[in-house]
Every structure is written in structure tokens, then in C-alpha cells.
Ligand binder design. Structure first.
Ligand code: BGC
Length: 765
């Protein structure tokens, strides 16, 4: 039976901090009694402004982390529900909640603390199947703000003083009186916001990594130990620490993605994120174990340091393990090929997805930013939707986008959830996430819900673009009052010099794409698509009039101008080939490198292949010098870098403060590796891989490739191998679907036109 909690009473404490000072976690507990064991399931529903962990009778009820995540707290928060029957006992029971700051009151996005509210609060109910309330948040709860988590903040880190541990504080036989620090919990004013059930998967600890010590120093002068550890993988997560040391020893853990030239950890790119956790020992003589709760860091390296006591017999022993945290999205896609560096690129992309999919899709997990940048997410969603099932994940995040949009005349902000009250429109490629993300999710998963939920948002954004940002139909015109966008962000040439494509061209191109998606969405939803197709036609005309020359080719001689014009079908069919050829020339003139940024890079290989330049596409894909995908791989990257030149042997670290080593945007190339290199594609007219389009296009000297995917219909896969001139292809087509196979022209296609469900091993020569 579905129970809709009412959230009448919320609890809090007087602990506030300020916009600059962070606070301890606060512990709440309540005792309750059960005359007999409940006959049926008991469910706990909890909602939070802040973050909460729940314990019953001394046991955590789940390993969900950062509950309830990061909604747009100005309008909404989420609740989660748990079956807690196994934790209950006949007679006395106790429930405990540890309440942290999280995004609600902590530092977020280059701002101060307390962006949404001054102190965290929560509300919960425990109900049986007959809807009887067993416990709720009422005046019988006690709180204690002198527990061991003395500071907690996502960006800054967590400080834990084990000497302050509260003992069995969430057990029934514990005395919670004022004399040991427990006071009556404060009933908070009921917040005016919507409380929805969370649809996105919760963040959980997912993988662990062993530490390899890479340096061990003792500074005699300061009696200070510093040991540095390498986990071999850049990730988002935190350290599980084991320590044996005298009472009061504080172990400080600093996190970093990369090492400086002298072998010390490089933290300049974290900007104001302290990213430091501290554990202070009880000193029982035994190993003590600890993992922070309300923080995460982006790191591969950790530097542990502590002061040594004068008594030399009291040495400190430490042992570290890294725990990668990410949203519990089912893993769906596998991709590999015969090129080891490309396989590393695939792994790096997967890890940038894992490192940035913690409840919302963030740009990066390490510096003082970690925002849901819309441009990055739209560039990457197609790749993300292959590696993992991200349908529910994006559905929830798009709710935040619509919340942010609602107070902006239809404008879509550059990131969401919003921090602070006003942000300009995100502009071309950023705001357009409102079109691209729902549409891509629909193509991959076939669920119309995401289209239904976002259709109005698409319409509102189209109106905003036309009314506010267009001048004579040109979007991002210098004379428009609106923010003009970020352009083809971070595009550079092989000298590291920025490459600029006009904001007007980029804006008008994305406007056309947005209108096209809205038209297609209207068709899928059975609505009138005509006005959107008419608008699309008008935008295409404007584009041609303003940005194509008399020969029907882009006037601007940048790769990005050609890529976008081709990808969004803005050049007339008659000049498409010539535009593709010109793009190929521009790549050659750039010494066989792309010089595109966040917006054009995801499409460059697609349009080159589509216009007959497959060899060149592979040459760019396997290019090892900068700017290229394999340049970071050659330089030891284990995730995707934010910039093509985040680090170079000649110049070292990029001098700009904005320099992340875990930024998924450029990993968008994996979508091409799936659809074209391996050859597993969907059909937009019959989506979600109901019609599977196998179209392998080998090249680049590869002898093998394979893509496998758990679709909504079941497992599908293609694997190919070239041996002695014969093209061996293995296909898996799940029940309830059908497939077609398109081969490179050099092989004679003897496969049937329509391939029915089954497993096939085929050969072509
Ligand atoms: C973020 C990006 C984002 C950009 C907007 C940066 O600070 O890290 O990935 O899209 O700003 O230009």
C-alpha cells in the first residue's frame, strides 16, 4: 500500500554557523516501544534539508549516502523510503539521525555557506502497512551537538574527534539526559516546499582502492610526518582510515588529483576547497577505523600527516583505502577495441562519469565548484546513457532545471540546481540541455514520461530565445540584451591559442536544433508539431542567410562552424559534401588535429564520417599530440581532463585556476566509438534499440572492436574482428527487437535485410 507522508513536523537544533564558519553534525534520537513485533512491513520515510543518516537500535538502516541529494531546495526536496522491519525489536527500540550540512547549508558552487537556509532540518515517519504511525518527528526527540563530527562540509571536508564519541547513542538502553549533552530537539517552522519521492538512484559506496605509498617524510624540525599515497585512479569519494596512535593524535588527510613536479600533491586547482579531513584518535591501543560521512573529494592521491608525540614509543600507524562514491546507476554498456590507448580513454571516460554522477551531473568533483553545468551534461548524455542506465538520474535532475527555469521567463540557467537567486540564461549549448537531455534519454530508453515532463519547458525556452535573445532571428546577437553564452568553450589550437567561432553562429545553430527536437517531441506526444517545424524552417533560413557564403558553405573558417552546420543539417543537401570536404581541409591545415571545444567536439567525428572522411576521423581519434583525446592518456590520465592542455610537458599545469582533471565533457567521443567504431546504433524512428542498427566502420588500424548493451529489451551486442581480409561479425539481438546490418562498402553484405532475435556469427569478405 502506498503511503504518502505528510511532513507536518520538522526537527532542527540551534546549531547554525555562519556564511563562513562550518558546524558540527547534530545527533538526534528518540526511544519508542513496540508491544509486539509488527506483523507486516514497517517503512521509514525521511526527508531532509541538509543530509541525514539514520540508525535504528545501533545499526545504520542503509548505505545510501548524501540523502536526499541536491534538489533545488528553494522549491523542492526529496524523500526516501526504507523497509526497516529487520531492525526492529519487540519492546524498547531507539532511532537515531545524524544530521549534516550538505548542499543545503554547506559551501556550494564558489559561494558562501547557507545558500538555501541557515540550519539543516529533517522530518520522518515510521509507518506499518496499515498506515499506523509508529514514530514520527515530534517533541519527544533529543539532540546532541557535541558529538564526534565536529565539522562537516562537502567542499572543505570533515573533522572527527573520536574522543567525543557518544557511545551506543542510537540504542534503546542509552541515557540521553541534559547532563550528557542531550536536549529537547527544536521543532522547526514547516518549510514551504514540495516534498517528492526521490526517483534517482541514491549515491552509495561502490568500489574500493588499495593505497600505494609513494613518499614518506619526517620533518625533524617540526616533528611532523607526511606520507603520500597513490590509489592509481582519479575518483570522487573519500578515505577509509585505519589508525593506531596515542589519544589526541590528529591525522590530517589532504586530497589531490595529481602530483606537482617535486612529487608533492598539487592542490592549486582545488581553489578554495580545502578538501581535507581530520581524524583525532581515542588512543585505545587498538586500531581505530573511520570514514567521513558528509563530504567527498575528487582525488587520486592522499597526503596523510600528523605530529609525532615526544614519547618515541608512541608511534602512529596508518593504513588507507579509498572508497569511490557515485549514484547507484545500473551498469549497462561495455566497449573495447584492439587499441590499448583507446581502451584507456574508454576507462577514463567511465571514471569521469562515475566521478561526476553523484546525485546530479556535475562539471567536476574536486574544486570549489561541483555544479550541475547544463552544457557539459548535454554534451555527455549520449555517452553516459550507454555506460549506465541514467534515465531516472536525468529525470530527477531535469526537475531542478524546470524549477530553475520557472522564475526566469523561460530562460534555462547555465547550471542547475541554482545557487543564489539570479543567474542569466545559460545560452547556446548550455540552456539547450532542456531539449537535448530529455530527447536523448527518450531515444535511449523509449520512455515518453521524460518528454511529457519537459515539453512545456522546451516550449517556454524556445519563446525565451526568440523574444529575448534573438535579433532578426539571430540568437546571441551582440545587440540582444541576454547573456551570449560561453561559445565553443575551451577550444584551442595546437599552440594552445584559443579558437573562436562566433556566438551568433553557434547560437543560431543550436536554436535550430532545439526547434527540431521540440517538433519531434510534439510528434511523439501526439501534439501539433507544425508551429515548431515552421520555426525550424525559419531558423534554417536565417542561418543560411547570415552564416553561409554564396557557395552554400560556412563563411567562418573554423572547424566548429562546419561541424555544427553539418551536424544540425543547416547546409543545403547540395553543398553538404563540399562542407565536409572543407572541414577535412581545416583539420589537415591544423596538422591533423581538431581545435574544437565543448560544443563541437562531440560531433566532429560523426560529421567527418558522414561526409566520407572516415580515415581522417580515425586519424583524429588516435592522434597522440595535443589537442587530442589520447594526449592526456599518453600523459598518465585516468579520467578526462577539462582542457586539452590541462598539463603539457612544455608548460606544466595550465595557469588558469580553472583546471580540473576530472571533467567528462570531452569523453563524449565514446558515443562515436560505440555507434561507428563498434557499430551499435539506435533508430530515432523506432527508439530504445527496438530497431538495432548495426553499422560497424573499422579504421585506424584497429583489428577488433566490441560494444555490448543491456537495453530495455535485453542484451544486445556487436563484436567484429578483421582476420586475413575477412570481416568476422558476432551479433546479439534480444527478443522483442529486430536489427539491420550495414557494412563498410569493401565487404559484400550477405546478411538478411531484417535480422530477427538470436545470436549470429557471420563472415564477410
Ligand atoms: C565549468 C564548466 C562549465 C563552464 C561554463 C566552468 O567553470 O567547470 O565545465 O561548463 O564553467 O563555461
Amino acid at each position: 500500500m502506498k503511503h504518502n507522508p505528510t511532513w507536518n513536523t520538522w526537527l532542527t537544533s540551534p546549531v547554525r554557523g555562519s556564511t563562513r564558519t562550518t558546524t558540527p553534525a547534530v545527533y538526534f534520537r528518540r526511544k519508542f516501544s513496540l508491544k509486539k513485533m509488527p506483523e507486516a512491513k514497517v517503512t521509514l520515510h525521511i526527508t531532509v534539508l541538509g543530509l541525514a543518516d539514520v540508525e535504528i537500535n545501533g545499526q545504520r538502516i542503509s548505505d545510501d549516502t548524501f540523502v536526499p541529494g541536491w534538489p533545488d531546495y528553494r522549491f523542492r526536496t526529496y524523500y526516501r523510503s526504507y523497509d526497516v522491519t529487520p531492525f526492529l525489536e519487540k519492546g524498547d527500540n531507539a532511532i537515531g539521525v545524524t544530521l549534516g550540512n550538505g548542499w543545503y547549508t554547506g559551501y556550494v558552487g564558489m559561494m558562501y555557506r547557507q545558500n538555501y537556509g541557515q540550519q539543516p532540518l529533517f522530518s520522518l515517519t515510521l509507518v506499518d502497512e496499515k498506515k499506523n504511525t509508529i514514530v514520527e518527528t515530534d517533541e519527544k526527540w533529543r539532540y546532541n551537538d557535541h558529538g564526534p563530527i565536529v565539522e562537516n562540509d562537502i567542499m572543505q571536508g570533515e573533522c572527527y574527534d573520536a574522543r567525543l564519541e557518544l557511545g551506543a547513542w542510537s540504542s534503546p538502553d542509552y541515557t540521553a539526559k541534559g547532563r550528557n549533552g542531550w536536549y529537547r530537539a527544536f521543532i522547526a517552522e514547516t518549510p514551504e516546499l514540495t516534498v517528492d519521492p526521490a526517483v534517482a538512484p541514491a549515491v552509495r559506496p561502490q568500489e574500493t582502492f588499495e593505497a600505494r605509498e609513494i613518499s614518506n617524510n619526517f620533518d625533524f624540525h617540526h616533528s611532523h610526518y607526511t606520507r603520500t599515497f597513490d590509489f592509481g585512479q582519479n575518483m570522487a569519494g573519500r578515505i577509509r582510515l585505519r589508525v593506531k596512535g596515542p589519544c589526541g593524535t590528529s591525522i590530517s588527510l589532504r586530497h589531490a588529483e595529481i602530483l606537482d613536479a617535486d612529487g608533492s600533491i598539487y592542490t592549486t586547482n582545488l581553489r578554495t576547497a580545502r578538501a581535507t579531513d581530520t581524524y583525532t584518535c581515542k588512543g585505545t591501543g587498538d586500531w581505530e577505523e573511520w570514514e567521513p560521512r558528509f563530504t567527498f573529494h575528487g582525488f587520486r592521491y592522499c597526503e596523510a600527516s600528523w605530529f609525532r608525540f615526544m614519547d618515541l614509543n608512541k608511534e602512529v600507524e596508518v593504513s588507507l583505502e579509498a572508497v569511490a562514491l557515485y549514484s547507484d546507476m545500473p551498469r549497462t554498456g561495455e566497449l573495447e577495441c584492439s587499441h590499448p590507448l583507446l581502451n584507456q580513454l574508454i576507462s577514463n571516460t567511465r571514471w569521469s562519469q562515475k566521478g561526476n554522477f553523484l546525485d546530479i551531473p556535475t562539471d567536476c568533483p574536486q574544486r570549489d565548484e561541483r555544479l550541475g553545468w547544463t552544457g557539459d551534461a548535454q554534451a555527455f548524455i549520449r555517452t553516459a546513457a550507454f555506460f549506465h542506465d541514467v534515465d531516472a538520474f536525468f529525470r530527477q535532475w531535469l526537475t531542478s532545471i524546470r524549477d530553475s527555469q520557472s522564475i526566469h521567463d523561460g530562460a534555462v540557467p547555465p547550471f542547475s540546481p541554482l545557487v543564489g537567486w539570479q543567474m542569466p540564461d545559460g545560452g547556446p549549448g548550455w540552456g539547450d540541455a532542456i531539449f537535448i537531455c530529455p530527447w536523448t534519454a527518450y531515444l535511449c530508453y523509449g520512455d515518453k514520461t521524460i518528454l511529457r515532463e519537459n515539453f512545456q519547458g522546451m516550449c517556454d525556452y524556445l519563446k525565451y530565445i526568440e523574444n529575448v535573445t534573438c535579433v532578426d532571428g539571430v540568437r546571441s546577437h551582440p545587440e540582444s540584451k541576454a547573456y551570449r553564452g560561453f561559445g565553443d568553450w575551451l577550444a584551442v589550437d595546437p599552440m594552445g591559442v584559443p579558437v573562436t567561432t562566433s556566438y551568433e553562429l553557434i547560437g543560431t545553430a543550436f536554436h535550430a536544433y532545439g526547434a527540431e527536437i521540440t517538433a519531434r517531441t510534439a510528434e511523439v506526444l501526439g501534439k501539433d508539431a507544425k508551429p515548431f517545424w515552421m520555426l525550424h524552417g525559419k531558423i534554417v533560413e536565417t542561418f543560411r542567410k547570415n552564416f553561409l557564403n554564396e557557395q552554400g558553405l560556412p563563411k567562418e573558417q573554423t572547424q566548429a562552424a562546419h561541424v555544427l552546420a553539418l551536424q544540425f543539417h543547416l547546409v543545403p543537401d547540395e553543398t553538404r559534401q563540399a562542407a565536409g570536404d572543407r572541414l577535412a581541409e581545416l583539420v589537415k591545415e591544423n596538422n591533423y588535429h581538431m581545435n574544437t571545444g565543448f560544443l563541437a567536439t562531440p560531433y566532429i567525428l560523426t560529421v567527418l564520417e558522414d561526409t566520407g572522411h572516415l580515415d581522417l576521423a580515425y586519424r583524429i581519434l588516435t592522434q597522440e599530440t595535443f589537442p587530442s583525446w589520447l594526449f592526456p592518456v599518453k600523459n598518465g590520465a585516468t579520467t578526462i581532463w577539462e582542457r586539452w592542455d590541462s598539463w603539457t610537458p612544455e608548460r606544466g599545469f595550465h595557469p588558469d585556476g580553472m583546471n580540473s582533471f576530472n571533467h567528462y565533457a570531452y569523453g563524449a567521443v565514446c558515443a562515436w566509438m560505440v555507434t561507428t567504431m563498434a557499430g551499435l546504433e539506435l533508430d530515432p524512428a523506432d527508439p530504445a534499440y527496438h530497431h538495432i542498427v548495426f553499422k560497424p566502420r573499422p579504421g585506424g588500424g584497429l583489428t577488433q572492436a566490441r560494444a555490448a548493451l543491456q537495453t530495455r529489451y535485453g542484451h544486445t551486442a556487436i563484436a567484429w574482428e578483421i582476420k586475413e581480409g575477412v570481416f568476422h561479425v558476432t551479433l546479439d539481438v534480444p527478443e522483442g527487437t529486430y536489427a539491420t546490418l550495414s557494412l563498410p562498402p569493401e565487404y559484400q553484405n550477405t546478411a538478411p535485410d531484417r535480422i530477427e532475435p538470436g545470436h549470429y556469427e557471420l563472415e564477410f569478405s
